[in-house]
Write a protein that binds this ligand. Structure first.
Ligand SMILES: [Zn+2]
Length: 431
């Protein structure tokens, strides 16, 4: 079998930095947690717990039945997990290697009471309470960025497009970026430059969530101006959307998305058609038509759609993706662990159906640290899963890698080099 870490590929769907950390780095950070820091980490949860208990005692009306008890359970669970001795397995679940079978899903899928949200909470407080001696949160983020690119370099990844935080704007001047947020972005840009200098074979660029609301076009212009003024236009890979999936994309983000397209900024990582679970409690099951969400994303001009696997339920939607050449960023382990697949008919994942219909697809890892991956990108495990669980051939794996290169914003000379590397990988005799 041809080694998958030698296959040149791009990674086009990640959420940095919390979800793109090395497992060993999280373990190292846990060792730095003294009693005082643990108190800091749990204090917000303790306060929330006390507030809910008080509401319960006062007989305050719940917004949904069982709301208070499930919140109490959640905060008690989180406080308990942060009570020494700390355990990496308890906080992040066990490390998960690719196997011949798809893994069982995590408790609660992707809902608000889910295991995945607990893990996200742990990493969030761990990074927010980073000690000053380590440069605080931005010191941790710099380490995360450097290690992500280092691990990419050692496993054949030549390009990364990763989602980073939403720009925040001043309340009284909605077209002006908050200074604190601009500072966090400048730190991220500096880490990116440092990582690319240290590992010149890997490029990294960021995907920014699309601004919404009344001032979205002004804010879109401010975001673009920010990158240009910093001399970092090349660090902006594209504009995306994530969070809970709801219909009405054009009404919500249409003007800002149009502005970005006119300015030549591609629409990527536009999460749509991930599965009913991705709608949380906002949308009733009967109202969810994932394939139609995918079609909305195509109509909005997306170059790439985040997940989009529900398209496989509709031949017309798959035909549309093929004709318009819109690429799906398929995240196998995320779909399995968050209970988006298998489907009701027992198919372990719809990727083979999408490929058979000629839909452009690439593989990605979404939130690898939250999903048991050993390093910050988790991409080789996705290819291994496609090979072992879905029985894809090396030709199909090479096609997925090819798509990842073609649908990225890599400079064209690097694209050509990577595509030639894929051809070479495929022509080499499998050991
Ligand atoms: Zn995602």
């Amino acid at each position: 079998m041809r080694p998958l870490q030698n296959l040149p590929k791009a990674h086009l769907h990640l959420h940095s930095w919390q979800a793109t950390l090395r497992r060993a780095t999280v373990a190292e950070w846990l060792l730095e947690c003294d009693e005082e820091r643990l108190h800091q980490m749990t204090s917000a949860a303790q306060q929330k717990l006390a507030d809910i208990r008080q509401k319960q005692d006062e007989g305050v009306q719940e917004t949904r039945p069982g709301e208070f008890q499930s919140d109490i359970d959640k905060y008690e669970r989180r406080i308990k997990a942060l009570t020494p001795p700390l355990s990496l397995d308890l906080l992040l679940g066990q490390a998960l290697l690719a196997d011949d079978l798809a893994p069982v899903s995590l408790r609660g899928g992707s809902g608000p009471e889910s295991e995945i949200w607990d893990r996200q909470f742990f990493l969030d407080v761990l990074m927010k309470t980073a000690p000053e001696s380590r440069g605080g949160t931005s010191g941790y983020e710099r380490q995360a960025c450097l290690q992500l690119v280092e691990d990419a370099a050692s496993e054949g990844i030549c390009w990364i497009e990763t989602a980073f935080k939403a720009f925040q704007f001043l309340d009284d001047e909605p077209q002006r970026i908050e200074e604190k947020c601009a500072g966090q972005w400048r730190d991220a840009l500096a880490s990116r430059r440092e990582a690319m200098e240290a590992f010149p074979g890997v490029g990294l660029a960021f995907v920014v969530p699309c601004p919404k609301g009344k001032f979205q076009v002004d804010q879109a212009r401010a975001i673009l101006d920010f990158f240009t003024t910093e001399g970092e236009r090349g660090a902006l890979a594209g504009i995306g959307k994530w969070g809970r999936e709801t219909p009405g994309l054009e009404d919500e983000l249409g003007p800002a998305l149009s502005f970005f397209k006119e300015q030549g900024v591609p629409i990527v990582m536009l999460h749509a058609g991930e599965g009913y679970g991705a709608t949380g409690q906002k949308l009733p099951f009967e109202a969810y038509n994932g394939a139609s969400h995918v079609e909305e994303a195509v109509a909005a001009g997306a170059l790439r759609i985040g997940h989009g696997i529900e398209a496989a339920r509709s031949q017309a939607t798959m035909d549309l993706l093929r004709e318009r050449q819109v690429c799906l960023e398929v995240c196998l382990y995320s779909n399995w662990l968050l209970d988006m697949a298998p489907w009701e008919d027992g198919v372990s994942h719809p990727l083979p159906v999408l490929l058979a219909s000629g839909v452009p697809c690439c593989l990605a890892a979404d939130d690898p640290t939250l999903m048991g991956a050993g390093n910050g990108h988790g991409l080789v495990r996705e290819y291994e899963g496609a090979r072992k669980v879905l029985k894809l051939t090396d030709q199909q794996l090479a096609d997925l890698a090819r798509c990842s290169i073609q649908f990225s914003c890599m400079p064209s000379v690097s694209k050509e080099r990577a595509l030639a590397g894929i051809d070479k990988w495929l022509t080499e005799e499998a050991p």
